[in-house]
Design a protein. Structure first.
Ligand SMILES: C[S@@+](CC[C@H](N)C(=O)[O-])C[C@H]1O[C@@H](n2cnc3c(N)ncnc32)[C@H](O)[C@@H]1O
Length: 233
């Protein structure tokens, strides 16, 4: 368990928030997050294959993947997922294998099920981000990637003060405003086989980042990499 506890962003607060967002989500968050979504899809398609979108929401990005990819989607919010199912029907997305109500922290897929795990604007909305990343790593095949687009909190200055001040209100809306990049670095440094491979600033205002982790396909390399990875943290 990390310093950020379930009590600070309880799951029922998140599900209530997204039940409210579902009818208007695409209008409010469609354009503003578009570049981040496109960057994540582009990165995911460099690997391709069987892709899991966690926190797939209304399925806003599903039509943008090439049909050669097999897509699975999960979300904790039934109302958001209902919109995603309507979208799959509307666009005739025969490459979508399935959409399930599922908690990101407890995925009911076997180990090494996916070539890529994508989570756009999700990791800062879950109660236990590190345990959720552990679960992403578990269901990922060796050689695969976790691709996140996520809010990254400021390390210092006025923005950090504002983010901490706004945090209680943001939780009611279903997310965290404060979330230092050091948490991703620490997670990778303590997780066997996972290497942080990219961080790229994303709009709006560069407050979000595209973050990529690669799962090593060479078990012999894992132990050798550990001291270096620990040094980063
Ligand atoms: C900000 S929305 C992002 C939706 C979509 N990925 C996008 O790009 O617009 C966050 C989504 O994560 C989902 N979510 C939050 N906590 C979750 C959890 N523990 N397990 C699965 N999904 C979760 C919410 O229901 C919501 O649909």
């Amino acid at each position: 368990m990390t310093a950020m506890t379930h009590a600070e962003l309880p799951k029922d607060m998140v599900t209530k928030a997204y039940a409210r967002w579902a009818p208007v989500y695409d209008v409010v968050f469609g354009p503003v997050f578009e570049r981040g979504r496109q960057a994540a899809i582009e990165a995911a398609e460099r690997i391709g294959g069987r892709i899991l979108e966690v926190g797939v929401g209304t399925g806003i990005s599903l039509p943008d993947y090439k049909r050669t990819n097999k897509l699975c989607g999960v979300d904790i919010s039934e109302p958001m997922l209902r919109k995603a199912k309507e979208r799959v029907t509307e666009f005739g997305l025969s490459n979508v294998e399935g959409l399930w109500v599922m908690d990101a922290e407890y995925l009911s897929f076997p180990d090494a099920s996916f070539d890529v795990v994508v989570a756009q604007y999700v990791v800062t909305t879950v109660p236990n981000p590190e345990a959720t990343l552990d679960e992403f790593a578990r269901v990922l095949k060796p050689g695969g990637e976790i691709i996140l687009v996520s809010r990254v909190g400021a390390d210092a200055g006025l923005r950090r003060v504002l983010e901490h001040g706004f945090a209680p209100a943001a939780r009611k809306l279903g997310w965290r405003t404060e979330f230092p990049f050091a948490r991703y670095v620490r997670w990778a440094s303590r997780t066997d086989g996972m290497v942080l491979t990219e961080r790229r600033a994303m709009p709006p205002f560069g407050h979000f980042s595209l973050i990529r982790f690669t799962k090593s396909s060479d078990p012999a390399a894992l132990d050798l990499a550990r001291p270096a990875r620990q040094a980063i943290g």
